[in-house]
Design a protein around this ligand. Structure first.
Ligand code: SAH
Ligand code: SF4
Ligand code: F3S
Length: 484
């Protein structure tokens, strides 16, 4: 974090009242929590520990880096173990299994809390924006000390302070916000790559999806703030950035001075030190020719486009409120492939949307064969309370869903294998991300097209971009060797 801000925090007079303006108010509470953590350290005779557990998407991962930034600054030791003095779950509710995992893990914390009277448990993120969830926690999980949502995450320091000064479960959930608070501390998971929020929320209301309800309306960050943040990251050694939003293609439409996503990308491209640019996610309905041309002419934008299809049947797409049809989607994907032949296209697919038949799934399979995805995430439809699809009458029986799902998955895997295999023998640049999890003599790198490659090398190369020959395709990844 900016040294001047750190100095500002250290010089705060805690006898004075908390400022009303942000982020100064949060700086004040950071200073205050620091004092509480100091006292706790003396009481325990050791530095208190904390653990941040993230569920869900890249956006949640980025939010967790904001939580971690504050926890580090106030004096906690950050550990991976949930048997800690402060545990926070940053939750996801996009599908029901995400929720169930949170309840399961929360149950496990009960034992830890019994043994450690100092332990505090906090919950935040998308799941907390659902009133039924809050009710369930209030009745069945009294061990929780703090609950907040997606709209007031910037107030984490202030809420954390309350846990030291007030007993009982603290709950602070906002229905929506139009506020974006800049300049709070962030601790990155990787020194060499980083996610950057360019927008928050979603206005698309796909009929199956809960995200617009739990993340609120679409808000774009000011481009100057985004560029300033990326420049600072580059100065700290970050070489790859991932611009994050639920629908990046509609970036900038509601800014006081409107700007397109393609224009923003061109600004990011100019930043010295940044060598790779990625983004997530693109809604097909808003993908512009301007963006395709900017990608095509860029030296830094990675050869990867995640373009969620969801379903191939026009009837289902319509009921999903996706605003494109099968033919338009295929034409778009073909056009992108013509303009940028080496691009990897990946997608998200849902099986079992209300009313979907096996014939409809066949249409999804047809698109998969036609587009030849490099990878696809295949999900079973999950009924989300409050969404229009949840109220639709013809929910699909489990056996039918399973049959369609298995068939689709098989096609997805076969086509992806064919598609990715064609790079075998080529030399491509890879950003070295880590030492291989299973074999410490190998490094794991990511290609521009997002495929992973494992190759022998020394860990001093982590964070560097190296040339790798893709020797052997092994089903979704490559084994390779470094070349000069
Ligand atoms: N904004 C992104 C998606 C965010 S959610 C986009 O539109 O591309 C990530 C994926 O989860 C979605 O693409 C969709 O495939 C899946 N998903 C969302 N809601 C779902 C539900 N109710 N059941 C199953 N999968 C769902
Ligand atoms: Fe959900 Fe659709 Fe918004 Fe993506 S675009 S977050 S699927 S509502
Ligand atoms: Fe989940 Fe929220 Fe992301 S619901 S997928 S964590 S926006």
């Amino acid at each position: 974090m900016n040294q001047e801000i750190l100095k500002e925090i250290d010089s705060i007079d805690l006898q004075s009242k908390a400022p009303e303006t942000e982020p100064q108010r949060q700086y004040y509470f950071i200073a205050k929590v620091k004092e509480h953590v100091k006292a706790l350290t003396e009481e325990l005779g050791r530095t208190p520990t904390c653990c941040v557990t993230t569920f869900g998407c890249q956006m949640n991962a980025r939010d967790s880096e904001k939580l971690t930034g504050i926890l580090r600054l106030v004096g906690y030791d950050i550990i991976e173990d949930e048997n800690a003095d402060f545990v926070i779950f940053n939750t996801c509710t996009v599908r029901d299994n995400a929720n169930q995992r949170v309840y399961g893990r929360l149950g496990e914390l009960k034992g830890f809390k019994k043994k450690n009277p100092h332990m505090k448990i906090a919950l935040c993120g998308c799941m907390m924006q659902e009133p039924t969830v809050i009710e369930k926690i209030k009745t069945s999980y009294r061990i929780v000390d703090l609950i907040f949502g997606t709209h007031n995450i910037y107030k984490f320091a202030e809420l954390l302070n309350t846990t030291f000064e007030q007993k009982g479960m603290i709950i602070d959930i906002w229905e929506d916000t139009d506020k974006i608070v800049e300049d709070l501390p962030i601790e990155r998971k990787y020194p060499f790559k980083s996610g950057i929020n360019i927008m928050f929320g979603c206005n698309n209301f796909c009929s199956y999806c809960i995200v617009p309800y739990v993340r609120g309306r679409e808000r774009s960050r000011n481009p100057k703030d985004i560029i300033r943040e990326i420049e600072a990251l580059a100065a700290e050694g970050v070489v790859e950035v991932m611009l994050l939003g639920q629908n990046v293609n509609s970036y900038g439409k509601n800014l006081p001075e409107p700007m397109t996503f393609a224009e923003l990308l061109q600004e990011v491209e100019k930043i010295e030190g940044i060598e790779r640019i990625r983004f997530m996610t693109s809604h097909p309905k808003d993908l512009s020719e301007e963006l395709i041309q900017v990608m095509k002419n860029s030296k830094k934008i990675c050869r990867h486009l995640h373009l969620p299809l969801q379903a191939g049947s026009d009837r289902i797409l319509k009921a999903m409120n996706r605003v494109y049809n099968k033919e338009q989607y295929i034409a778009l994907a073909k056009h992108i492939r013509e303009e940028i032949p080496d691009i990897a296209i990946t997608t998200d697919l849902i099986v079992g949307f209300p009313g979907e038949t096996l014939e409809d799934v066949e249409e999804t399979i047809e698109v998969v064969k036609e587009v030849q995805y490099d990878n696809a995430f295949t999900f079973i439809y999950s009924k989300r309370t409050g969404t229009p699809a949840a109220a639709m009458p013809n929910q699909v029986p489990e056996e039918v869903v399973k049959e369609g799902f298995d068939k689709l998955l098989k096609t997805v895997q076969e086509t992806a294998r064919e598609r990715v295999k064609r790079y075998e023998g080529m030399v491509m640049d890879a950003l070295v991300e880590e030492v291989n999890e299973h074999d410490a003599t190998l490094l794991t790198g990511r290609l521009s097209n997002n495929t992973l490659v494992h190759f022998p090398g020394d860990k001093s190369l982590i964070g560097k971009i190296v040339n790798v020959k893709l020797d052997k395709y092994c089903g979704f990844y490559y084994m390779g060797s470094m070349v000069e």
